[in-house]
Design a protein around this ligand. Structure first.
Ligand code: SF4
Length: 268
């Protein structure tokens, strides 16, 4: 649902940008089609998982038609709400005239890494350049890591022709859905924020490379860092094969026992 909603928000803005007609009555159909397309693609993945685990996947319950109807309803509600937010209203009212849409699939090269750090929407107010991402399912209190993750959009911007070279001309923004409303977070970029965001990217990439080696060729998921809460696992695509998906508490205990056993073996 989340991807379908973000896709349709971008589609609406693109239609406006290109001066194409937008038929509001088609909204539910558009969202439904996007969701069905994603589910169709997911179906073959579920089949592979089921062959591997030898039983029906829990993810199958997420593709029931009744559930889809409810999700389409929720997505329509969020769509109408986002259309009333300030950045979008400013565009529709002609207050913001210089604005651009970008794809999250765009890659930015940072040394040997290819990163997905582009914003969804960029616009100018005077000399300030705004970089915004839609987070269709956010958390109530986006912590420092989420802040720096957003700041990484400045690295993307620095690589674009026509966008400012001066970091302090950027305001990084996030429009995120939480507790039934769209919340708006924004912060002007500083040299320090920018540097911290780059440091965070390197440390995340190193952690991922380390994890990749720890998992080994068999991709043993018993070694992955587990989620903090059960609610995170509820919609996770790995929950059939990840030990945390079945019983997070037990998986954590088993994992720490395994870690202890490993470290005691190293000492011998
Ligand atoms: S199922 Fe596993 S991978 Fe998915 S969120 Fe839970 S702990 Fe993380």
């Amino acid at each position: 649902m989340q991807r379908a909603l973000r896709g349709v928000i971008v589609e609406r803005l693109t239609a406006y940008y290109e001066n194409r007609e937008w038929i509001e009555e088609d909204l539910a159909g558009k969202i439904r089609n996007r969701m069905l397309g994603a589910m169709f693609r997911q179906k073959s993945v579920i089949e592979v998982i089921e062959t591997r685990i030898g039983k029906q996947s829990d993810l199958r319950s997420q593709i029931e038609i009744k559930r889809i109807d409810r999700l389409v309803e929720i997505a329509c509600y969020r769509f109408h709400a986002v259309m009333r937010t300030k950045p979008i209203q400013d565009i529709f009212r002609g207050k913001t005239t210089r604005w651009y849409l970008f794809s999250r699939l765009e890659k930015t090269k940072l040394r040997k890494y290819q990163l997905h750090i582009s914003p969804d929407l960029v616009w100018f107010t005077g000399s300030t350049c705004h970089l915004l991402r839609f987070t269709v399912q956010g958390v109530s209190n986006p912590g420092d890591d989420r802040r720096l993750e957003n700041m990484a959009m400045v690295e993307w911007a620095k690589n674009q022709n026509g966008l400012p070279a001066n970091l302090e001309r950027y305001v990084v923004e996030n429009l995120y859905w939480n507790k039934g409303v769209w919340n708006y977070w924004k912060e002007r970029c500083t040299q320090r924020d920018y540097e911290d965001s780059i440091k965070m990217i390197y440390s995340d990439m190193n952690a991922m490379i380390d994890l990749h080696y720890r998992l080994g060729l068999s991709c043993d998921l018993s070694q992955i860092p587990l989620a903090k809460s059960k609610s995170t696992c509820r919609n996770c695509g790995h929950r059939d094969t990840c030990p945390g998906g079945e019983d997070l508490h037990r998986a954590k205990l088993e994992q720490s026992a395994l870690e202890m056993a490993k470290s005691s073996m190293k000492r011998i």
